[in-house]
Design a protein around this ligand. Sequence first.
Ligand SMILES: NC(=O)c1ccc[n+]([C@@H]2O[C@H](COP(=O)([O-])OP(=O)(O)OC[C@H]3O[C@@H](n4cnc5c(N)ncnc54)[C@H](OP(=O)(O)O)[C@@H]3O)[C@@H](O)[C@H]2O)c1
Length: 235
Amino acid sequence: MFDLTPATETDLATAYAHPQGPWLRANMVISLDGSATVEGRVGGLTSPEDQVLLHLLRSLADVTLVGAGTIRAEGYGPLGVSAEVAAARASRGQTPEPGLAIVTHSCDLDPTTSLFTEATTRPIVITHEGADPGRRAALARVADVVLAGERRVDLAEAVRALHARGLTRVLTEGGPSLLADLFDADLVDELLFVLSPQLVGAGVPLTTGAQTPRRLSLTAVHRGDDFLFLQYRRA
Ligand SMILES: NC(=O)c1ccc[n+]([C@@H]2O[C@H](COP(=O)([O-])OP(=O)(O)OC[C@H]3O[C@@H](n4cnc5c(N)ncnc54)[C@H](OP(=O)(O)O)[C@@H]3O)[C@@H](O)[C@H]2O)c1
């Protein structure tokens, strides 16, 4: 088993390199009793290794895809990267900074937050044609608004729209509702599942609303302190 604690950035970048071609990778951390949150946030579940890995995964991806609920709960700001990460991305032929795409049915996102006002790369807001026109217009001033679907977001169309922008290495950080919908639409190629050594009691269960049973193949097991980092791919 590969120990992440002493691993260098280069080791990690090799272990988590994307395969060729379009790829949708999900990364989630979960407690031993199946919760994706502690007191409404993910912070209580993570570890230094998990944070290093999260930032590495963002830096390897073309775009990070996140549900609006997670944006609101976690108060995301711009994903900004260091000069070294920007240089490494450039050497892989990527834009200096990974993009951020937010999926929302309601468009209930505050366009005055730093996520939008301080971003050097305009975030992408993915919604549908029936979404509130006023909210859409407000978001269109600070983000690229992509319409995928007529009355609800069609995630397959959303992912195709990202690909059409050259954003083929997609990392999703959930949350649980978005992850469930992505699995239901059969769009997830890889699940990175971080098992946090905690029992937290009440919380948001990892899968909220997944309809389709599915089997995945375990392709790697890493550890870091008491955390397990499991890598699954399509069976
Ligand atoms: N453990 C982890 O790794 C992890 C990762 C991420 C988040 N979290 C936690 O999870 C909690 C949030 O859970 P959640 O399930 O509500 O997260 P979520 O999936 O990020 O948010 C749900 C919201 O995102 C939008 N959304 C998701 N899927 C959509 C779809 N298919 N089409 C259109 N819009 C879609 C909708 O936004 P609108 O309401 O705007 O329409 C929906 O209400 C937070 O407490 C967060 O801290 C944990």
